[in-house]
Design a protein around this ligand. Structure first.
Ligand SMILES: [Fe+2]
Length: 488
């Protein structure tokens, strides 16, 4: 491969690999429980060509879909690039043609007007279809059996929003999928589209509203009655984009906000939060005791170094204060304030049981940092420091159990596979990467008992190739795959 910039974004675990492969019957150590039948899809940004701008981000990387299929205790694996128009254009030219992260004004003239989507953030299953998403563009449909790229998903041309979040929320009872798209009115606009698809994947509503400013809105919360939209001061600016600048800068002295609207649409009520904070992910939102609660993986500044650098925020990353908080909103009283309290140790990429979405929930799993780990965290991902531990957290009891994975280990976000056995809480499946040196690592798939994550894995699948760190993953059962709209 061509030489990439020797920055954090393209080195260590972030080294572009560009490997598409297919493997059948990987070596399994231990026993895969027979009830684990289906596919673990992972979204991986893996740039096929060195960027036009050396200070660019791994988040512009071409989307790869990685799929582990489980059947009768066997595991197969495939990795494929998404065949987006952007990928195809650059593949033909054998070099990057698109410019800075989310700035089309820096693209080369020959690709003006070509869709910039890289579809590299979250695989999403809904209505019998598989999508690869990234929040600055439409979702791309992928054939779940062949991993063939189908194309951008517009709900039959009905969707007006040109963007869709990588964090839709699916109601476990109604099967509806709730989504939003920000910068819906164009680059750097404060227009947010909020839209809902029924359980069969038909668009049933789309409402637009105005945010306090154009913000990096990565996730949202959904309860049985409310949709919750936090807005943090990582902002965009059209003049800056037109001048060839960066998409985002973070504003440490600017207010944050939380907008709450009825979940089937209506007026947004805004609550004012602390200045300068940021969160990418919410564990869950739910209602209890007359309050709306949002559980938040929080930082006191923008966690991504490339955004801090562009914002003139020059701080030691080790001084950033991360936390996990519960925010509680009383919709019955006037005012624009809310209560916040600590919930558990810091972490990110939380995993909730699908059945608990939007409801009071007994527990969740959280990649985190092991305070007793030997050595520094592995360099990788957009933050530049990978998690090395996994927690199981019971918010109501305060009980926390955990697993450390040893020195120089990187823990990727797990998926949860429910069990059919009464009283059994199912399984977690995740990939861990172990750095040997800055140029080499090994990757391994682990299957854990979801209740006792500190016990030795029930199965491990050492990979004969290095894998690139994932952003997010999803689990799709064999029954769901059999009922998919596209066939193999
Ligand atoms: Fe995310």
């Amino acid at each position: 491969m061509s030489r990439f910039p020797q920055t954090m974004e393209f080195s260590h675990l972030n080294r572009p690999l560009g490997i598409e492969w297919t493997a059948r019957n990987l070596e399994v150590q231990g026993t895969i429980p027979a009830e684990i039948r289906g596919a673990f899809f992972r979204a991986v940004p893996d740039p096929a060509h060195p960027p036009l701008f050396a200070d660019d981000s791994i988040l512009s990387g071409d989307g790869m879909i990685s799929c582990f299929r489980f059947e009768n205790g066997c595991v197969d694996h495939e990795i494929r690039y998404l065949r987006t128009p952007r990928f195809e254009a650059e593949r033909k030219a054998r070099r990057a043609l698109f410019g800075r992260y989310r700035n089309p004004f820096t693209d080369l003239p020959e690709v003006q007007g070509i869709d910039r989507a890289v579809a590299n953030t979250t695989p999403v299953w809904h209505g019998g279809r598989l999508f690869m998403t990234k929040e600055d563009a439409l979702a791309y449909e992928v054939n779940p059996h062949t991993l063939e790229t189908i194309g951008p998903w517009t709900y039959g041309g009905k969707l007006r929003s040109p963007t869709m979040t990588a964090h839709p929320r699916v109601d476990p009872v109604t099967g509806e999928m709730f989504m939003f798209g920000y910068e819906a009115g164009g680059l750097a606009t404060d227009d947010v589209a909020y839209f809902i698809a029924d359980r069969d994947g038909n668009l049933k509503s789309e409402q637009w509203f105005k945010a306090p400013y154009c913000s990096l809105m990565h996730d949202f919360g959904l309860t049985q009655n409310w949709a919750v939209f936090p807005v943090f001061p990582t902002k965009s600016d059209l003049a800056r984009l037109k001048a060839g600048g960066v998409h985002w800068t973070h504003h440490q002295d600017a207010d944050s906000w939380v907008g709450i609207m009825p979940r089937y649409g209506g007026e947004v009520r805004w609550f004012k939060g602390p200045k300068g904070i940021f969160s990418f992910h919410y564990v869950n939102a739910f209602e209890r005791d007359g309050l709306v609660h949002l559980d938040v993986c929080l930082a006191d500044t923008q966690p991504f170094p490339f955004i801090r650098a562009a914002s003139g925020i020059n701080i030691d990353p080790r001084s950033i204060r991360f936390s996990t908080e519960r925010w509680s909103f009383d919709m019955s009283k006037p005012g624009d304030t809310y209560a916040a309290r600590p919930l558990c140790p810091p972490g990110d990429l939380p995993r909730l049981r699908d059945a608990d979405q939007g409801r009071p929930y007994p527990h969740f799993w959280l990649p985190s940092m092991d305070p007793n780990a030997a050595g520094p965290p592995v360099i990788g991902g957009p933050v530049g420091a990978q998690f090395n531990a996994l927690l199981r957290v019971e918010p109501d009891t305060g009980r926390i159990s955990g697993a450390g994975f040893g020195p120089a280990t990187s823990v990727n976000e797990p998926v949860h596979v429910p069990s059919g056995k009464p009283g059994h809480d199912g399984w977690l499946i995740l990939v861990v990467d172990r750095e040997i040196d800055p140029e080499h690592h090994t990757s391994e798939l682990l299957v854990l008992d979801a209740t006792n994550i500190g016990a030795p894995p029930v199965a491990r699948v050492p990979l004969p190739v290095e894998l690139h760190p994932q952003i997010h993953g999803c689990w799709v059962s064999a029954e769901q795959l059999a009922a998919s709209k596209l066939k193999g």
